[in-house]
Design a protein around this ligand. Structure first.
Ligand SMILES: Nc1nc2c(ncn2[C@@H]2O[C@H](COP(=O)(O)OP(=O)(O)OP(=O)(O)O)[C@@H](O)[C@H]2O)c(=O)[nH]1
Ligand SMILES: [Mg+2]
Length: 375
């Protein structure tokens, strides 16, 4: 069968800043597609490996390809390779891809090149950019509270500027007045984008958004200008930490409490040094059971710590995965994580933790494989 006869796979990208709810929404999207009888391939992306997002997607039974070592735009060919690998494995009807939360310029570096170079293989959907309404209201000056520094905010605003679809997520977290004020501000600043209001957690508003994604094409003919010096400096202000430990305890522990308390320690330590958290996410999973795990998230220094997955049973051994993205030097971010874990382990004298992988860094200057300013 030649390509013209084969139905093209759809390529859907959901961007947005760290902690906006991309993974949660994409997993909802994956279930929506699966329920409609379509096959789905998920693509996760990060600067390094040991990803909580990949573990969360696999936990829900989806095929996932992980692209690490840089963002989609800088590892464009890996993105295409990842799609091919998924194609061989499951022949997805739809690829759902999550770019790194500190990444922008996706229209010029992914959407346009994919359409131009691989247009026979993929039908590229409009770019959705997701927002946490509290974070977005702060960025747009509608709400008090700690924000990131101006170069990090440059990246945030560029993400909004390039969106075909602007999606306010977590709508249940704010009042209807605040939601309307945010929606009005977005409409004024970005009149060409289509706007949606959803709650990925509660499942509201999602079907309209998913249907629009699947049935429309990106309409913009040009990409916004991006000053790569400011973009690079903004990303470089963020510290990344990924760590994986194997642990064993001679006495079963309550993993949910273990993880929540560790999360609180890390959050308090970030607060103390004045680093604004983009996203702290951690997973604790037993070694022998693929169907049980605890996961916690913190998406701002003043956000509630969320236990998004709860372990069903106490555990004696398993794996701990920590991903932290925060504004601050990577050495400080590493120190915060390691010292918090060390202090926490003192409360668990029967538990031994063996470090498997630990890494901290700031994202390198983005250097896209392709940059096409027009489609
Ligand atoms: N209240 C509320 N929380 C949500 C909603 N959607 C996602 N979250 C929570 O927001 C946090 C971050 O969600 P993720 O889906 O991991 O966010 P992300 O954008 O993928 O984060 P990164 O990959 O780190 O950039 C988690 O605690 C989610 O449970 C929502 O609709 N309402
Ligand atoms: Mg994610």
């Amino acid at each position: 069968m030649n390509k013209a006869e084969t139905k093209k796979a759809q390529y859907v990208m959901v961007g947005g800043f760290l902690g906006a709810g991309k993974t949660t929404s994409l997993l909802r999207f994956a279930h929506y597609l699966r329920d409609a009888g379509k096959s789905v391939g998920l693509i996760t992306n990060d600067q390094s490996y040991g990803l909580v997002d990949t573990a969360l997607a696999q936990f829900q039974g989806f095929d996932v390809e992980e692209i690490t070592g840089g963002c989609f735009c800088c590892r464009f060919e890996s993105l295409v390779d990842a799609s091919r690998k998924l194609s061989e494995a499951t022949r997805p009807d739809v690829f759902l891809a999550e770019p790194v939360g500190s990444c922008t310029d996706l229209r010029a570096s992914v959407t346009f090149p994919l359409r131009r170079i691989y247009g026979e293989d993929f039908r590229v959907a409009p770019l959705s950019v997701l927002m946490d309404p509290i974070r977005a209201s702060r960025v747009l000056g509608l709400r008090e509270g700690k924000a990131f520094s101006s170069k990090v905010l440059y990246v945030y605003e560029k993400q909004l500027e390039e969106a075909d679809f602007l999606v306010i997520n977590k709508t249940e977290l704010v009042s209807s007045e605040e939601l309307s004020a945010l929606d009005r501000a977005l409409a004024e600043r970005y009149p060409d984008a289509k706007r949606f209001q959803v709650s990925a957690r509660e499942g509201t508003g999602l079907d309209d958004w998913f249907q629009a994604v699947l049935s429309s094409e990106p309409t913009a003919n040009t990409a916004p200008d991006v000053d790569y010096d400011v973009y690079a400096e903004g990303e470089a202000l963020l510290g990344w930490f990924n760590g994986t430990w194997d642990f064993e305890s001679s006495e079963a522990i309550d993993g949910n409490t273990f993880l929540q308390q560790l999360g609180q320690r890390v959050r308090d330590a970030c607060h103390e040094f004045g680093g604004e958290i983009g996203h702290l996410k951690m997973i604790l999973a037993p070694s022998e059971m693929a169907s049980d795990m605890a996961a916690i998230h913190v998406v701002r220094n003043d956000s509630a710590l969320e236990l998004s997955h709860r372990l069903q049973a106490p555990l004696e051994s398993g794996e701990l995965l920590v991903n932290l993205r925060v504004e601050g030097p990577p050495e400080k971010v590493r120190e915060v994580c390691l010292q918090s874990l060390q202090a926490h382990l003192q409360e668990y004298p029967k538990l031994q933790a063996k470090q498997r992988h630990v890494e901290s860094f700031s994202p390198a200057r983005p250097n896209p494989t392709y940059r096409m300013a027009a489609r």
